[in-house]
Design a protein around this ligand. Structure first.
Ligand code: NAD
Length: 421
């Protein structure tokens, strides 16, 4: 494995958590490696009649606590290392939230913006054909991730149904409502993070009105902007892959949504309503109370971590802070609400979708919000208590909390002591 392996970075968290628990070595041996990672080449017909192939993966990292669960990402820079790391995080995320799942993940190495809609549909269906023996409602349940959406999940569920000869909506989550999707899935990731911050606000010493900077303005970024602005907080800076805007007085969030809906960057609003252009790379260092990374991995690193002025970071993205940057933030007393807890609202409502598909009975949006809030508050509080009791960061506490559950499940199968005594 190379020095910069993302999985190596992720495994540092496992070791840190293990040092706070009396864990059997069997547990670490099991969680250090992905159980299975399958790589295929998807071959599809392009609109011009040519054939083109794309690398794709599906990883089932660990299934001790239940079927594996995790999104499918369409990204030109996806790699097997990234897929395994994301699946490792899913294993811990499901354990933090006490969902009856293990961790999985998938990806296709593609820039979906270069494909026509018909090509995108063929690629999505090809993914399911290739991995049909790996996925299944009791085995491995995909969901959307970066650059995949509910329409893609709908095509995938339909392809699976055609292959097995019957409707199997529980094979995939994040589907359109009309095809068995759940109410409340669209903003679940951001909403979960929002409930978490609100629940811990007093412990975190947060004021009534926070100044907020959001890195990435896709699904997670836009919904957290709407929820926080609606709760009276001021969004002072946002970025996307093409630029960033800033306003000391607070950005007009509707203007940002309109720009994105029209297919433009947030930077296109500069010059209107007091929005000023700024380099996207400077977003992490904006003067604010709450920084929300909602883009990709490793965006807060050793070179910009010391510039962070926020007192609280809500990791809606997966792995946005490198371990070196994490240490700098901790030294500077910046509290980080870690990804495996902060963005777990998405997988939690995916779980609700799977439960509704299996029981054939659907809940109202209000019921979904109530159930989500209950779980975010219960597990957020538990992680906070671990962090106080052991005097560790919220990230370490979340891993300790999850590892305790994973260890219990792994040890229930028997460990070395059991077989040799
Ligand atoms: P998305 O594709 O909807 O949005 C990603 C955003 O990041 C886009 O606005 C893009 O322009 C921006 N971006 C890319 N590179 C950037 C850069 N260099 N600087 C600033 N912005 C940049 O994806 P999403 O679903 O919102 O996911 C975002 C993150 O949240 C990912 O890490 C994903 O794994 C994580 N996440 C999402 C969900 C979910 O339910 N959507 C659930 C859990 C975790």
């Amino acid at each position: 494995m190379s020095e910069d392996s993302l999985l190596d970075h992720a495994l540092v968290r496992l070791d840190q958590a293990a040092s706070h628990l009396n864990i059997d070595p069997d547990v670490i041996e099991k969680l250090k490696y992905a159980r299975e990672t399958t790589k295929v080449r998807l071959m599809i017909r392009m609109d011009d009649g040519s054939r083109k192939s794309f690398l794709a993966w599906r990883c089932r990292y660990d299934d001790t606590r239940g079927p594996t669960k995790g999104g499918i990402r369409f990204h030109p820079e996806s790699t097997a290392d990234e897929v395994e790391t994301l699946a490792f995080w899913m294993t811990f995320k499901c354990a933090v939230m006490n969902l009856p799942y293990g961790g999985g993940k998938g990806a296709v190495q593609v820039d979906p913006r270069t494909l026509s809609k018909a090509e995108l549909e063929r690629l999505s269906r090809a993914y399911i054909q290739a991995f049909s023996r790996i996925i299944g409602p009791d085995r491995d349940i995909p969901a959307p991730d970066v650059y995949t959406n509910s329409m893609i999940m709908g095509w995938m569920a339909d392809e699976y149904a055609q292959m097995v000869g019957q409707a199997e909506p529980a094979v995939i989550t994040g589907k359109p409502i009309a095809l068995g999707g759940s109410l409340g899935r669209g903003d679940a990731t951001a909403r979960g993070g929002f409930y978490l911050v609100r629940h811990l606000a007093e412990n975190l010493g947060l004021g009534q009105t926070m100044r907020v900077a959001i890195q990435g303005f896709g699904n997670a970024g836009q919904h957290i902007a709407r929820l926080l602005a609606g709760d009276g907080h001021k969004i002072v800076a946002v970025s996307d892959s093409e630029g960033a805007v800033y306003s000391e007085a607070g950005l007009h969030v509707d203007m940002l949504f309109d720009a994105k809906a029209a297919g433009h960057s947030v930077a296109s609003t500069a010059g209107q309503g007091g929005h000023e252009c700024m380099p996207a790379a400077d977003l992490a260092g904006v003067d604010c109370d709450l920084l929300v990374p909602a883009a990709l991995e490793n965006m807060i690193h050793i070179r910009n971590a010391a510039s962070v002025k926020a007192t609280l970071v809500l990791e809606l993205a997966n792995g946005p802070i490198t371990p070196e940057a994490d240490a700098i933030l901790a030294q500077n007393n910046v509290i980080v609400l870690p990804d495996i807890l902060a963005n777990a609202g998405g997988v939690t409502v995916s779980y609700f979708e799977w439960v509704q598909n299996r029981q054939g009975y659907y809940w109202t949006e209000e019921e979904i919000h109530d159930k989500l809030r209950g779980i975010m508050e219960r597990e957020g509080r538990a992680v906070w208590d671990v962090s106080r009791a052991k005097d560790v960061t919220m990230r370490t506490a979340a891993y300790v909390h999850a590892l305790g559950r994973l260890a219990e499940a792994i040890e229930a199968h028997g460990t070395q002591n059991f077989f040799t005594s």
